[in-house]
Each structure stands twice: as C-alpha cells, then as structure tokens.
Design a protein around this ligand. Structure first.
Ligand code: AP5
Length: 190
C-alpha cells in the first residue's frame, strides 16, 4: 500500500464531516489529495442491498452480530483503496446494548491506519448541534451521556493505537472556531 491512511472519528453531531470537508478543500488548493470514504455509507450500501434497513440511522439498532458483519464487509472494501485515504467513522457506536467498538481488531487489521483523529468539543455544543440538525434522526441524550461517550472514545482510541502503532490526534471543533478545526485537521493530513 502506498499513501497515508487517516481515520477520523467523533460522536454524532460533533461536526467531523464539516471539518473533514473543509480540510480536504484547503488541501486540494495545495495539490494534496485524499480519497474520502464514509464507513457508514459502505455499511449502509450492504445493509440496504440485504433489506435489513432503509435509513442509515437504523443501523446502530441492528443486532450486534449483523452490525459486526456489515463492519467487516465495509472494512474489506475500503482496504482495497490505494493512495491517500481518509475514512470518516466512529471510534465507538452507542447501541441500545452498550458501546460497540467502531474499529475492532478485525477492522483495524484490514485498515491499518497511520493516524486516528478524534474530533471533539464541549458536550453542550454537541447537544445543541444535534437538536438543530433536522436532516438526521439523532438519539436523544443529555450532555452527560455525550461527555461519557467522548471519554469512552479516548479510552478505546488508546487501545487502537496499541494494536496498530498508529498515532492519535485530538482536534477540537468548537463553536465559532470551525476555521481553526479545519486548519488543525489539514495539518494532520498534510
Ligand atoms: P455517520 O453518517 O458517520 O453518522 P454521524 O456521526 O451521525 O455523522 P454525521 O456526518 O451526520 O455527523 P458529524 O459529526 O460528522 O456532523 P456534521 O458534520 O454533519 O454514520 C452513520 C451510521 O453508520 C452510524 O450511526 C453507525 O450505525 C454506522 N457506522 C459508521 N461507522 C461505523 C463503524 N466503524 N462501526 C459500526 N458502525 C458504524 O455536523 C453536525 C452539525 O454541526 C451540522 O449542523 C453542522 O453545521 C454543525 N457544525 C459543525 N461544526 C460546527 C462548528 N464548529 N460550530 C457550529 N456548528 C457546527
């Protein structure tokens, strides 16, 4: 494999997709290109074909074994990509039965990232973003639950680094400071 492989994670609504798109645009102007892949989209395409879901927000409620199978198929498909690759996904997924690792060992061994980025911000800001985003079916939870999820993601991120030897980088996407987050993300990808 040639090129760099960067995995970008963050709890739903933290704004990872917004930050990634801004950073990729900035880098494109400098001649640095990445293939941007969305893990959820790969999973959703398989799930839709099998008729197990009709909305991407239903996936985290599927049986754990089904989610794991979809994860594996998505990882295998993404691993075939060469060049600089950026994968937009989750360090963990909050399911009705607890946190499901977004990057379990069998996924990491396929993807072998150079860096995992954790996009974070204050839990109250994430709550407000979820409430004002009408395009998605967000799970309703309080800021305490969001804080716990972000904390869990840092812990599980450390175990991903242990398995792969990748670096871990936190990028803060605070209200009114999107440009700073985009600049930080671009510096990771550059
Ligand atoms: P996915 O589509 O990745 O779900 P998501 O996290 O909800 O992704 P979004 O892109 O909607 O959220 P975001 O945080 O990127 O926020 P956005 O940029 O839109 O995944 C879908 C599903 O796939 C998952 O639920 C799961 O089931 C499954 N899945 C994926 N990966 C998996 C894996 N590895 N294993 C198992 N299952 C997996 O921004 C949100 C809002 O904030 C917007 O309104 C935006 O305008 C606003 N905003 C952004 N930045 C700022 C800022 N700085 N200030 C103010 N507002 C801001």
């Amino acid at each position: 494999m040639t090129g760099r492989r960067v995995i970008v994670t963050g709890v739903p609504g933290v704004g990872k997709t917004t930050v990634v798109n801004g950073a990729l645009k900035m880098l494109e102007d400098e001649g640095v290109t990445y293939k941007s892949l969305n893990f959820g989209t790969y999973m959703f395409e398989v799930a839709k074909k099998e008729g197990v879901v009709s909305d991407r927000d239903e996936m985290r409620k599927l049986d754990r074994e089904v989610q794991k199978r979809l994860q594996k198929e998505a990882a295998r498909a993404m691993a075939r990509e060469s060049g600089n690759v950026l994968i937009d996904t989750h360090a963990s997924v909050k399911t009705p039965r607890g946190y499901l690792p977004g990057l379990p060992e069998w996924v990491l061994r396929e993807l072998m990232p150079d860096t995992i980025v954790l996009v974070e911000t204050d839990e109250d800001q994430i709550l407000m973003r979820r409430l004002s985003d009408e395009t998605r079916t967000r799970d309703m939870e309080g800021s305490k639950g969001i804080a716990e999820h972000q904390q869990f993601n840092r812990s599980i991120g450390a175990s991903y680094a242990m398995i792969t030897g990748c670096t871990i980088r936190m990028v803060t996407n605070a209200d009114h400071l999107l440009e700073q987050a985009i600049g930080d993300m671009a510096s990771v990808l550059r």
